[in-house]
Design a protein around this ligand. Structure first.
Ligand SMILES: *[C@@H]1O[C@H](CO)[C@@H](O)[C@H](O)[C@H]1NC(C)=O
Ligand SMILES: *[C@@H]1O[C@H](CO)[C@@H](O)[C@H](O)[C@H]1NC(C)=O
Ligand SMILES: *[C@@H]1O[C@H](CO)[C@@H](O)[C@H](O)[C@H]1NC(C)=O
Length: 819
């Protein structure tokens, strides 16, 4: 692995050199291309490698045009120093925080009404300058590095100096609420995690922002140029004057100098102030006349120690989670503790991930107690993320306490105090002045579980929904949100309206959001139980309309097994169900409990059951099916682990999974198994569930745990993958009758194509959602031995690509199998 990374680095370094060389080669062409700095309306530039002659300033110092990004024939519309070989961009076009990267053949036109317009070769508008008023007469690439659009009277309509990216040049000012944004990395010009902002109160601050929003964390550097006690001392603007001085000009004319010390001549040097991608705001200079290999010299930078930001509210820190920041020449360098590796091997600033799984459940599942080694790191601290503080304590006891505690990942000891911390750790840094010790629990290699983290760091960690193409995923995200809000609104709406209406019967209300209906009310709502929606193990479901406003559609389930003298238990169970709220669960809005009448009132879902959707003649698309599988998994995870009382469904099957307006999967009938089993003994003699979906422990007198749902989920997942029922007795070929057996045989025989129902989309998907991987997950779920089945949490993690999926064993090794 280290060799691998080394090789990649070498290759990268080589590529960069090659690029430097080729851009050097292109330079002379550029210099003579155009020299008066004035550009007329109608002029345009085309992005091509061979003759990308930019618009130059009169002196030839600055160039505006397409800067080759080096790979894939991509170009960045930008301004750069035309006479020096360093690839130093001082401004670039930026849209919605993404650098406006243009493919080969794109053009930028100077137009009278819209200013600069950047279009792809297909004519799609990629970016334009926002000239809201006036008609553009011409453009000027000024010697100061400012590109200006002017009207007939040479009044400026738009200039790059007023729309800065990460760099300021002499002559440029930043007004209040003006800001610079860092880029993602040295070579990625999209908006990064840091910003320099002149606040409305006059304070100039550096802070991290939480992408993709602009939410700024507490500043890690500030000039404190606010009005304070002296009126008029607040900052008015940040000035980089033409002599190269950088200061905050106060309202009263006073100056707060940022860069102190010797000033270099602005006539003989290029000077710039840049907010670097690692959060350092720095001033650099470069001689205008030079021979040989000269590069930028640092003149000044802030903050002094960016690693030392130890406030909870200042964000994750420059190096990302779980990493260690060390200062080298005033710049941060990032590393990972032992047992951790970089999330993104090409970007050390993205943070680190553990190479092992740690958690209470995992610890318990392991049959040995000797799971961890302890790594001791001296003078390394993570100032936040602690959950317990022990004092007075000794270092030895601190180490021991963390070692025994399955929640603890690292303990930091200093001055008789022990801080126990859990992942992820933030703002880690080395600080010799602290005299501290950090005890790190690192899992021993040979005891890792069957689900070890991904060995291939190139795999991106993405959520299920990200597998869709962007437009679709936006729609989907919106629709999920809308449907979630809708169901929340329905639930709450019922709650409030009925609370008002039924003040007298308020004591009937359960300790939840459920409302109590009379039998008559439901009889009316369902028009005398007329329209049947479906029949299940627990009763018949009818469609109804509750008269609230223009009427709300509901599904009313008449429970057919009446529980004797179970009044209290019925309510207890109902209140458990009533407290569940998850976008992948059907919302229970109320109930009726009148003598022998026990009814449940659910929200009505328009798109029917997964069964009718899946087994229809036209097969749903792969992405849609996977989305549904993820939804079911998340709903189950919620029932198992995230609601206040664990709910085991016991009857997961496509008939119990409903689809709302947006085809979001919603599990129904949960909580009922327990509700209707109450008077039975807990040895589970009576099997709950449906043939083809029930786990073997039901037949084997084994304890029933949440793992029975995992089994059923595995079967449903296979049905989703194959668009086929789990049991198909009509199938002419006997070996295909039982889906689980058939899939495993095909999987083992490397003939999955025989079972999969795929569409064209699948080829375009990334590795994570590959059908084979999903089959493997399903096979893990249908293991006969419940302890081999993953938890739903792990299933979700596997579906999301957070943990690797290993080759599953044969699901039923002790039974004779068909085929
Ligand atoms: C460049 O900008 C400076 C300062 O704004 C101005 O004085 C000068 O005339 C501009 N040069 C051109 C060519 O427009
Ligand atoms: C730059 O980073 C952004 C965000 O991480 C990413 O979406 C984009 O693809 C990157 N651009 C390039 C050219 O690598
Ligand atoms: C730039 O600022 C410095 C320091 O305030 C001042 O001495 C100098 O005269 C300024 N230069 C110009 C051209 O205004």
């Amino acid at each position: 692995m280290p060799n691998n990374i080394g090789a990649r680095k070498l290759a990268m370094a080589f590529t960069i050199r090659l690029l430097l060389f080729s851009s050097l080669f292109l330079l002379p062409v550029s210099v003579f291309a155009q020299t008066n700095g004035g550009i007329a309306v109608g002029d345009f530039l085309t992005a091509t490698a061979a003759n990308s002659s930019p618009w130059l300033s009169p002196s030839g110092d600055f160039a505006f045009g397409f800067f080759p990004l080096g790979s894939n024939d991509l170009f960045l519309l930008s301004i750069w120093y035309a006479k020096i070989p360093d690839r130093t961009i001082v401004w670039n076009a930026d849209r919605d925080n993404e650098a406006a990267v243009a493919p080969k053949g794109s053009t930028v036109n100077l137009t009278a009404n819209s200013g600069l317009v950047l279009r792809s070769p297909q004519g799609e508008e990629l970016w334009k300058s926002e000239t809201s008023v006036g008609v553009v007469a011409n453009g000027v690439m000024n010697d100061t590095g400012n590109f200006v659009l002017q009207d007939r009277n040479s009044e400026s309509l738009w200039e790059t100096f007023n729309n800065p990216t990460d760099t300021m040049l002499p002559g440029q000012t930043l007004e209040r609420s003006g800001k610079l944004s860092s880029r993602q990395s040295e070579t990625n010009y999209s908006k990064g995690r840091f910003q320099l902002l002149l606040q409305e109160d006059g304070n100039l601050v550096l802070s991290t922002i939480n992408l993709p929003t602009n939410f700024a964390n507490e500043p890690y550097y500030a000039t404190d140029t606010t009005s304070g006690t002296v009126a008029g001392s607040e900052g008015k603007e940040l000035v980089f004057n033409v002599s190269g001085y950088l200061y905050v000009l106060r309202e009263n004319g006073g100056k707060y100098n940022l860069a102190v010390g010797e000033v270099v001549s602005a006539r003989d040097n290029y000077i710039r102030a840049t907010l670097n991608f690692d959060g350092i705001f720095a001033q650099y200079y470069h001689p205008k006349n030079f021979t040989g290999n000269v590069s930028w010299t640092l003149r000044w930078s802030e903050p002094d120690d960016i690693c030392q930001r130890n406030r909870e509210d200042s964000g994750v820190g420059v190096c990302g989670y779980n990493s260690i920041c060390t200062l080298k020449d005033k710049r941060p360098t990032c590393g990972c503790p032992k047992g951790f590796s970089l999330l993104d091997p090409n970007d050390p600033y993205r943070g680190c991930k553990p190479d092992f799984i740690q958690g209470c459940e995992e610890d318990e599942l392991s049959r040995t107690n000797d799971l961890y080694d302890v790594e001791v790191l001296t003078n390394t601290v993570w100032p936040t993320s602690d959950y317990v503080r022990l004092y007075p304590f000794t270092a030895e006891k601190c180490n021991e306490s963390c070692f025994q505690d399955c929640l603890c990942s690292v303990a930091v000891f200093r001055d008789e105090t022990c801080w126990k911390k859990k992942l992820p750790l933030s703002n880690g840094r080395v600080d010799v002045s602290l005299n501290s010790e950090a005890f790190f629990k690192v899992r021993k290699d040979n005891t890792t579980l069957q689900f070890s983290p991904m060995p291939n760091p190139d795999d991106k960690k993405k959520k299920c929904s990200n597998t869709l193409i962007p437009v679709e995923s936006v729609i989907l995200a919106t629709s999920i949100f809308v449907s979630f809000m809708f169901s929340a609104a329905v639930c709450l709406g019922f709650f409030f309206i009925f609370r008002k209406k039924q003040v007298r019967s308020i004591k009937n209300m359960l300790d939840s959001n459920l409302c109590s209906f009379s039998y008559r009310e439901l009889q009316e709502a369902t028009n005398g139980f007329k329209e049947e929606l479906g029949r299940g193990a627990f009763g018949v479901v009818y469609k109804g309309t509750i008269k609230i406003g223009s009427g709300v559609q509901v599904a009313v389930k008449k429970l057919n097994c009446v529980i004797q003298d179970g009044e209290k238990e019925f309510k207890t169970e109902l209140s458990v169900i009533g407290k569940t709220h998850h976008k992948n669960l059907v919302c229970l809005v109320g109930y009726c409990d009148e003598g022998q009448h026990r009814l449940l009132v659910y929200e009505f879902l328009s798109n029917g059951t997964l069964a009718s959707f899946l087994f229809a003649d036209t097969k749903p698309s792969w992405t849609q099916r996977i989305e549904i599988a993820c939804g079911v998994a998340k709903g189950l995870l919620y029932l198992h682990e995230e609601c206040s009382t664990q709910v085991i469904h016991c009857d997961i099957k496509p008939q119990n999974i409903l689809l709302d307006d947006y085809y979001t999967a919603r599990i129904s009938d949960f909580g009922l198994a327990k509700l209707l089993m109450m008077n039975q003994s807990h040895t589970h003699t009576a099997i709950r569930g449906t043939k083809g979906y029930v786990a073997p422990e039901w037949f084997r007198n084994m304890p029933i745990t949440a793992k029975v749902d995992v089994y059923s989920f595995g079967v449903v997942l296979l049905e989703i993958i194959c668009c086929r029922r789990s049991v198909d007795v009509d199938n002419s070929r006997e070996e295909r009758a039982i889906l689980t057996d058939w899939v495993y045989d095909c999987y083992r025989g490397g003939m999955l194509d025989a079972v999969l129902v795929l569409d064209n989309e699948v080829q375009a998907l990334d590795d994570r959602m590959k059908p084979e991987k999903l089959v493997m997950i399903a096979i893990w779920c249908i293991q006969d031995d419940p302890s081999l089945r993953p938890t739903m949490r792990k299933v979700v993690q596997m579906l999301e690509g957070v943990v690797e999926v290993h080759v599953p064993p044969c699901p039923s090794p002790y039974t004779t199998r068909t085929g």
